[in-house]
Design a protein around this ligand. Structure first.
Ligand code: COA
Length: 377
């Protein structure tokens, strides 16, 4: 079996630290947590999306080697916002040859203006189709929201309830971007429109942050959780090439494979961290993962079923929406929160029943999806 034997992360938000400083902080904590020295790590992956364009730094594998002061194989993984989830999948594959393996997800974004960041993030879409017509992230997800509303009668109020849940969870997570922000429904529904029907509070923020996890074939501590499944699927780069904008085909394929690998069904998942880069993305994830039938997730949202007190808690740390979205780190942060919950260390947001957790990490507008299922010790 493959275990997670160490985790570490920084706070998310607009931070003072540089990209290497953020990486060093998260790595140090994960090594401590795993009772390992840097030289014990046999291979490493850095997951990052916009290091080149926002902080002029590439060759991140070598940067990672500098930080660890070792000469091990170290590689950058880039799959847009799914970089972290894909990096953890690659790390599991590397365990065939190397043990232990470190994954560090890191992004430094706040030094650039929001329009500059939006343009760089837009490179996750097709240069010849999406970028040509200004189809950047909020526009892609706004089209999905419009389509979901037209097809299933989903409302802006349903999306606001998702934002409220995730901001409420983030108030219990001291490392979250919006830990200090009190948010109510009125504030969400009165916030300015970014791209209709999505408002400010329907969007994830622009965050800095880093998260590290250490994988091993050996269980080091009695609380170490193990993987039941790790899968990935891809789809067309542009949503223009999709037939149905109310679902992500990559997510339905990856989740079916994950349930098959884990020999379980959606009903067996106790809690999940899903890719809510926009509130509509969380709603679609609920349906793609089989937590609700197509078009029914909004009913579950209204019934609070995905809240901490619900029967299927989702985004217990506040999600990308309110914990924050340092792009390359987000998929690793989902694993971090899942491990905390499975170890019973999530403090004020600890779930009563946290035995099997799922992570769902989307790249771009559904061009990539990585899914992991973890079981507690
Ligand atoms: N949700 C809630 N509040 C937010 C927010 C968000 N996503 N983004 C910023 N804010 C708040 C800030 O905290 C600040 O509040 P304050 O005045 O109380 O301090 C205020 O809004 C202004 O912040 P600022 O950073 O100037 O916002 P902005 O207008 O430049 O950027 C967005 C807002 C929504 C455009 C930007 O966050 C964005 O582009 N998000 C999407 C990022 C993205 O596409 N990620 C990839 C998705 S896959």
């Amino acid at each position: 079996m493959d275990y997670i034997t160490g985790i570490g992360r920084t706070k998310f938000g607009k931070l003072q630290e540089s990209l290497p400083e953020l990486m060093a902080l998260a790595i140090r904590e994960a090594l401590l947590d795993s009772s390992l020295q840097p030289q014990d790590i046999q291979a490493a992956y850095i997951t990052n999306f916009v290091g080149d364009s926002l902080v002029d730094q590439l060759h991140l594998g070598a940067l990672l080697s500098s930080l660890l002061k070792t000469n091990i194989p170290a590689t950058r993984i880039e799959s847009a916002c799914a970089s972290g989830g894909v990096g953890v999948l690659q790390a599991r594959m590397a365990l065939e040859q190397f043990d232990p393996v470190l994954v560090i997800g890191a992004e430094k974004m706040s030094t650039s203006s929001s329009p500059a960041v939006a343009k760089r993030l837009g490179t996750a879409g097709c240069a010849l189709i999406d970028q040509e017509v200004g189809l950047i992230f909020p526009a892609n997800y706004a089209l999905m929201a419009q389509e979901h509303m037209r097809e299933y009668g989903t409302t802006s109020h349903d999306l606001a309830l998702i934002a409220l849940k995730n901001h409420t969870n983030a108030r219990l997570n001291p490392l979250a971007h919006f830990y200090h922000k009190d948010v109510d429904l009125e504030m969400i529904e009165d916030s300015p429109t970014v791209c209709s029907p999505l408002r400010l509070f329907d969007c994830s923020p622009i965050s800095d942050g880093a998260v590290a996890v250490i994988l091993s074939r050996e269980q080091k501590h009695s609380h170490d959780p193990h993987f039941l499944a790790s899968t990935m699927a891809t789809d067309s780069l542009s949503i223009v090439e999709r037939r149905d904008l109310t679902t992500f085909r990559a997510a339905t394929i990856a989740s079916k494979k994950a349930y098959h690998q884990a020999e379980c069904t959606a009903a067996d998942i106790d809690f999940a961290q899903v890719h809510d880069c926009f509130t509509i993305a969380e709603l679609v994830a609920m349906e793609d993962l089989g937590f609700a039938d197509a078009g029914r997730a909004a009913e579950y949202v209204r019934d609070n079923r995905f809240a901490l007190s619900g029967d299927k808690p989702v985004n217990t740390d506040g999600g990308l929406k309110a914990d924050g979205h340092p792009i390359g780190a987000s998929g690793v942060a989902q694993i971090y929160e899942t491990v905390l919950q499975l170890r019973g260390q999530a403090e004020k947001r600890q779930l009563d029943c946290a035995r099997i957790g799922l992570t769902h990490n989307i790249g771009g507008a559904g061009g990539t999806c990585a899914i992991h299922i973890l079981e507690g010790a």
